[in-house]
Each structure stands twice: as C-alpha cells, then as structure tokens.
Design a protein around this ligand. Structure first.
Ligand SMILES: [Mg+2]
Length: 163
C-alpha cells in the first residue's frame, strides 16, 4: 500500500471517521526481558491483543515508535505481519528533535487527524505532554496485555465523536 500524506487519510472510503492507535513497539509488542537482538522477537500474545483492539474498535495504526527512524513503513508492516499483525498501518509521526513523543503525535493529528474519531497512545514511556490522558502505558517487561487492550478500547469509545 502506498502511503500518502493527505488529510483525507483518516477518512475511510465512505468518508467515515475512524479511531487511531499511535503505536510504540519496544516495550509494547516486545518485552525487554526477552529481546535477543534489534528489538526482536516480538511477542505474538501482545500482537494478538492489539489485533483484538483493532477488531473491536475499527482503529487504524500510526507508528510513533523509534522504529520509524530505522525502517520504512513497508518494512515495519512486514515485520509486524510476521508476528501475526492484521491491522492497517496508515502512517508515522514526524520526528521532532528534542520534543516529547506527545508533541510528535499532536503534530501528526494537526496535519492528518481531521478525520480521527478518537485516538489512543500505546507506549511504555509517559512523555506525552498534555495528551497523557490518551496514553495506555505498558510495562516494558510484559508488553501489551489484555487489561491494556480493554483500557485502550475505553479511551477510544470515550472520545469517539459521532457527527
Ligand atoms: Mg517503547
């Protein structure tokens, strides 16, 4: 899939809004206890919880992980799919040197997020400035667990706009 960067990205083919998941990978889809080399392996159970969240919410994924510095989106998609990921990756946040990750996410939302019905941030760090109430923070030793998935769904449903 070709990634473009138009504002219409967060509208689906029928023009409907959908929720967005900002996805960190290290400490979310892998665990620091088990990583052997270069962030791998990912944890299939954590990927499965993410798949469930996507299935229940209809959300699409924007990569906020530092992986975006090292891999293009096609490669990230390929690696995630190797571990069972079935969602749709629609973009990545910009890299703003010296800024909190939350600022990068806010910038993405300002440029592309007009159609975002709601959003949630999955991350093991809390540098999310004033959008911290959208964060589901994981423990890097265990990654994305079922209770995190439930909390993320609550946040997406809390903020969803129905206009
Ligand atoms: Mg991380």
């Amino acid at each position: 899939m070709k990634i473009n960067s138009t504002v219409t990205m967060t509208f689906d083919n029928e023009g409907s809004r959908y929720p967005v998941i900002f996805l960190d990978i290290d400490g979310v889809l892998n665990t620091f206890l088990k990583v052997v080399e270069l962030s791998l392996p990912l944890e299939r159970p954590c990927v499965a919880v993410l798949n469930q969240l996507i299935e229940k919410s209809g959300a699409k994924v924007v990569i906020s992980s530092s992986w975006r510095l090292y891999y293009d989106l096609e490669k990230i998609r390929e690696i995630l799919e190797e571990y069972g990921f079935v969602g749709e990756i629609i973009g990545k946040t910009p890299v703003l040197k010296g800024s909190e990750r939350g600022e990068e996410i806010k910038t993405w939302l300002q440029v592309h997020g007009e159609g975002a019905a709601s959003f949630v941030i999955l991350d093991d760090h809390a540098d999310m400035c004033d959008i911290r109430d959208h964060l589901v923070r994981t423990d890097a030793n265990e990654g994305f667990q079922k209770h995190h998935g439930l909390r993320a769904l609550e946040i997406l449903e809390r903020d969803e706009c129905h206009d």
